[in-house]
Design a protein around this ligand. Structure first.
Ligand code: GLA
Length: 382
């Protein structure tokens, strides 16, 4: 990892002949609380030890140069002329953050940026939030903007809404920015405040299993889900689905289309599960926590309809395996990763079994990462 940052720094000095500010910004897992964030509900994520590294400095020219180290692609633009780019990929994450920062702080000078990292892309581990946050943080350091961590996370979220075109909640950017080593964040997405939850069982570890199905078509489906939720809230006169109880939903069911009803039912149940999951951790009842994870996956599959055969297979395999305590789909859905809680002393054998059977079934490998809960976006000195 250190090597990658050094390479990025080296490349920066070669390209721009100046010493950059270096920033690391992590990806995240979400233990439970799928799609509850944009319903002003609860989530239980953690920043992880996979990062975007970004090098930044003022530009000497009349334009900015942005470089993706991993893709070896570059993009030149002027900070005063930024617009979303159709199919712009990584470019929109960066230009979006510069544009949104300027909306808040006024015009900025042009910058040079090189970024790269270790968060697999399109896997539901929020590589995009990592990119956005690393730049928001980098701009804040470079221009001494005195923005709070929460404001920077919100800038990143706005970039996602206005430049990338995904109407995401605040979970990814918040967690990547404000994560704390060895802790989960019990985040209330209405007040946007979090409580630190220490995971106190050292016999258990967390694995992220990448189905290697890229969730490229998921953006439209994500925005559709969000619209369903907002339609139900409006029909039932609620500010957000966070305010809807199971009883009210059942009582008012006839006012909703069957599809909207199923989507709302998932969110209402998922919000309850997050709170119960936190209590299970606090009571040390990890088997119960695991059951909530499996239930959450079932709901994501049958009610919210965001799963796919590969993810379902990974979860049903975990459910049958005595080494796994719980597992669920993670992130937006339609591919990407599952999160798994497994007994440490059986983890290797579990991984071998899962890899072999997945490959036999789908003729492609799954990739497994053991992750640690880590600290949020920060500066690095080399
Ligand atoms: C994506 C979004 C988040 C959240 C999750 C689903 O990661 O960016 O805001 O909605 O999906 O839980």
């Amino acid at each position: 990892m250190k090597e990658l940052i050094e390479h990025i720094k080296q490349r920066f000095i070669e390209e721009f002949s100046s010493e950059p500010i270096l920033v690391a910004s992590p990806g995240r897992i979400n233990l439970i609380g799928g799609h509850t964030d944009y319903n002003q509900g609860f989530v239980l994520p953690a920043a992880i030890d996979k990062y975007v590294f970004l090098a930044i400095q003022r530009s000497e020219k009349d334009h900015s140069t942005l470089i993706s180290f991993d893709k070896n692609e570059r993009f030149e633009c002027k900070v005063e002329e930024l617009q979303p780019i159709e199919k712009g990929g990584w470019r929109n994450y960066l230009t979006g953050v510069i544009a949104e920062t300027q909306k808040l702080c006024g015009p900025l000078d042009n910058v040079n940026v090189i970024f790269g990292g270790t968060i697999p892309e399109g896997a539901g581990l929020s590589s995009s939030a990592g990119i956005e946050n690393s730049l928001a943080f980098g701009l804040n350091e470079l221009f001494d903007l005195k923005l709070s961590a929460l404001t920077m996370a919100k800038i990143s979220q706005k970039a996602e809404h206005n430049f990338v075109g995904v109407k995401c909640g605040i979970m990814d950017q918040y967690t990547s920015m404000l994560g704390v080593e060895d802790h989960l964040l019990f985040l209330d997405c209405r007040s946007v405040t979090s409580e630190l939850i220490k995971f106190g069982n050292s016999d258990i570890e967390f694995l992220v299993v990448n189905s290697n199905v890229k969730h490229t078509l998921a953006e439209a489906a994500y925005n559709d889900r969000r619209e369903s939720c907002e339609r139900v809230a409006k029909t039932l006169n609620k500010k957000a689905l966070r305010d809807l109880s199971l009883m009210e939903l059942e009582r008012e069911r006839s006012k909703l289309s069957p599809d909207d009803y199923r989507k709302a039912l998932f969110i209402v149940e998922e919000n309850m599960r997050v709170r119960k999951a936190v209590q299970s951790i606090q009571k040390g009842n990890y088997d119960q926590l695991g059951r909530y994870l499996f239930e959450a996956h079932q709901g994501a599959k049958e009610l919210y309809e965001i799963s796919c055969p590969e993810l379902d297979y990974l979860i049903s395999s975990a459910a049958k395996d005595p080494a796994a305590i719980g597992a669920r789909i993670m992130g937006g859905g339609f591919g990407g990763c599952t999160v798994n809680m497994v007994y440490k002393n059986q983890s290797e054998a579990f991984q071998d079994r899962l890899k072999a059977s997945y490959e036999a079934k789908f003729q492609k490998p799954c990739t497994i990462y053991k992750i640690k809960f880590s600290k949020g976006t920060h500066r690095i000195e080399l």
